[in-house]
Design a protein around this ligand. Structure first.
Ligand SMILES: [Zn+2]
Length: 127
């Protein structure tokens, strides 16, 4: 168990479903060799989970209609966006995907745009 797992900066509010069913104890890093184990200095760690209390998810995730995709940054998919989407299954959980679809469709309807979401499947790969 990580020594700082209950330190103030390591705690965020999350719903029970996200925390227990999806995040669990996962805390992926861009470079596992930089994981802080014996020290309180976590400054070298580059977490691959978005921390919405310190950074904007839109820096890492974009929408294609109602489907979330990693933002392309310097020609590369944002790994942080990709891992956050995959870890929390943000495109695979019917309840949240259908809410986004309804929102997308009602927005288009409100602006007079008659488009309907196609169902698209995003490859859910973890490398
Ligand atoms: Zn949740």
């Amino acid at each position: 168990m990580r020594h700082f797992n209950k330190s103030k900066t390591n705690l965020l509010f999350a719903c029970t479903i996200c925390n227990r069913s999806y995040k669990k104890t996962n805390f992926p890093l861009a470079d596992e060799t930089k994981r802080s184990i014996d020290t309180h200095d976590i400054s070298k760690e580059e977490p691959l989970i978005i921390n919405p209390s310190t950074e904007s998810p839109s820096n890492y995730i974009v929408y294609n209609q109602h489907i979330m995709q990693p933002r392309i940054i310097n020609g590369q998919e944002s790994l942080k966006g990709k891992y956050t989407i995959e870890l929390f299954k943000l495109n695979d959980r019917n309840v949240i995907v259908e809410e986004r679809r309804a929102l997308y469709e009602s927005y288009n309807s409100a602006i007079g745009k008659k488009t309907y979401c196609r169902t698209i499947v995003i490859e859910n790969r973890i490398t």
